[in-house]
Design a protein around this ligand. Structure first.
Ligand code: FAD
Length: 433
């Protein structure tokens, strides 16, 4: 049997290992002491802390669902939940409501508007409603002459109009991406963006269409242990060597050498930025090194907190008065996520690094009265592409495959993959092996 080394026990590496362990003698190297990569969780104050994001599962890809169900029993291991997100506007944009019952008494300042915002324009003050209506009619008139849209900001303005762009899409997305939206290529966000027409938006407002009525507005979530459970189960039965960071992968005459062990093939699921210094014995990467090092990215500081009880899964915060862009109410995903003596737990999310001192200051003024429990900063969470990235990565993939070296994963492919798309990409990679 041929020997295969996989670098990284995140969702991508674990998927490759699962699919190929009958065909190859598989060894997975993982630098941390547990599997999961970005989906890792800890328990703090007897509650579940997703050290990055909130990690729910859903997929439109039938092969991924089939793979998933070959491992997990959705009926006994997962909860099926409805998405229930809201956006908090704090600058008086929302009309004095009778509708937001939950916060009315406790926090009259926060008027949560259900997600997606464009379907709930009727909740804004009348002058905003009027401007949005004008925008939508203007978009309808221009539809005929629409040219190909290349950048994120143009997409958002052409789809939702200037008023909603200024009120929500621009401030929210600039907080997350910390980039000029006119420089983010649309191709990179393909398949992740809502595509409502002006008529869809108007009808949703007339009919008060709720988020849960959309297709794919439900998700699966582990009954116990959050996404760490998913990673642990995926890792079962695979030979994984933990606490081992791979800093050298050397090309030999008949294969590859890693940590003194010989392999026929390698699948790299780490970060492409590390490849130029790790790969030895071939010069394929020399021409790409500069481009790879220039690839932009963002990190995330995830702050685990006890928060006020509320019915939401995600609360988005477009206001510039807070650095945090959202609160993920992970305590609402499964009853086992919050200790009995706490109100509810959730993660307050900041783009990039923020010091403990600044975290404390930020939490003081935030909605939902977050009480700090712990935090983790991940340097790499969001790869950001430019218009040439995909082509460059594909070229590199083709060149390295000739040597029996493959790569797949969020940071190897430099793609904004969700878990299911990472699984799908890993499955595609396995077809070549
Ligand atoms: C904030 C946020 C929220 C998200 N929420 C969701 C969600 O709700 N649902 C969803 O489906 N997806 C979500 N995602 C996406 C999801 O996290 C990724 O798709 C998935 O985790 C990618 O897995 P991966 O294996 O490709 O990469 P990673 O998780 O980064 O795994 C790479 C692994 O390789 C290891 N490694 C790297 N280099 C080396 C080396 N040299 N030697 C040894 N080991 C190494 C790392 O330690 C790590 O374990 C979210 C992402 C973010 C950032």
């Amino acid at each position: 049997m041929q020997k295969l080394a996989i670098i990284g026990a995140g969702v991508s590496g674990l998927t490759v290992a699962r699919l190929l362990r009958e065909k190859y003698e598989v060894t997975v190297y993982e630098k941390e002491s547990t599997p999961g990569g970005l989906v890792r969780c800890n328990r703090l104050e007897d509650s579940l802390f997703h050290t990055c994001g909130g990690h729910i599962f859903n997929t439109k890809n039938e092969s991924v669902m089939e793979f998933f169900q070959s491992i997990f029993d959705l009926n006994t291991e997962f909860i099926k939940a409805d998405r229930n997100s809201s956006v908090i506007f704090e600058n008086g944009e929302v009309a004095e409501p009778e509708y937001h019952g939950l916060f009315k008494k406790k926090s009259p300042v926060f008027n949560p508007v259900p997600y997606p915002v464009e379907n709930h324009v009727y909740m804004f003050k009348q002058d905003i409603q009027q401007r949005v209506i004008n925008d939508l009619f203007s978009i309808k008139r221009k539809q005929q002459s629409r040219r190909e849209i290349k950048f994120f900001s143009t997409f958002l303005k052409n789809r939702f109009g200037d008023t909603l762009y200024d009120l929500y899409f621009k401030p929210y997305n600039e907080k997350i991406w910390q980039k000029d939206l006119s420089k983010i290529p649309l191709s990179w966000l393909e398949g992740k963006l809502p595509m409502p027409s002006p008529d869809d938006i108007l009808l949703a407002n007339f009919n008060h269409t709720a988020e849960r009525q959309f297709v794919h507005s439900t998700f699966w979530y582990e009954i116990n242990g959050g996404s760490q459970y998913l990673a642990d189960r995926l890792a079962e039965g695979t030979n994984i060597i933990y606490d081992t960071e791979i800093n050298e992968i050397e090309k030999t005459v008949d294969g590859w050498e890693i940590n003194g062990n010989k392999f026929d093939k390698v699948v790299f699921c780490g970060n492409i930025k590390d490849l130029p210094k790790i790969l030895k014995g071939i010069n394929t990467l020399d021409d790409y090194e500069e481009q790879i090092q220039r690839l932009p990215f963002n990190g995330t500081t995830s702050v685990f907190c006890e928060i006020d009880r509320n019915p939401y899964s995600w609360i988005y915060l477009p206001g510039t008065q807070h650095k945090a862009h959202r609160i993920i109410c992970t305590g609402n995903f499964s009853p086992s996520n919050t200790a009995k003596n706490l109100k509810l737990t959730g993660t307050v999310e900041f783009t990039n690094y923020i010091s403990k001192e600044d975290i404390d200051k930020e939490l003081e003024n935030m909605p939902m009265h977050p009480r700090y429990i712990g935090h983790v900063y991940n340097k790499y969470t969001y790869p950001v592409q430019d218009v040439n990235t995909r082509e460059m990565i594909q070229e590199l993939k083709t060149s390295l495959q000739k040597f029996g070296f493959y790569f797949t994963g969020r940071f190897a492919d430099w793609e904004y993959y969700n878990m299911d798309v990472a699984m799908g990409a890993a499955m595609k990679t396995c077809k070549n092996l």
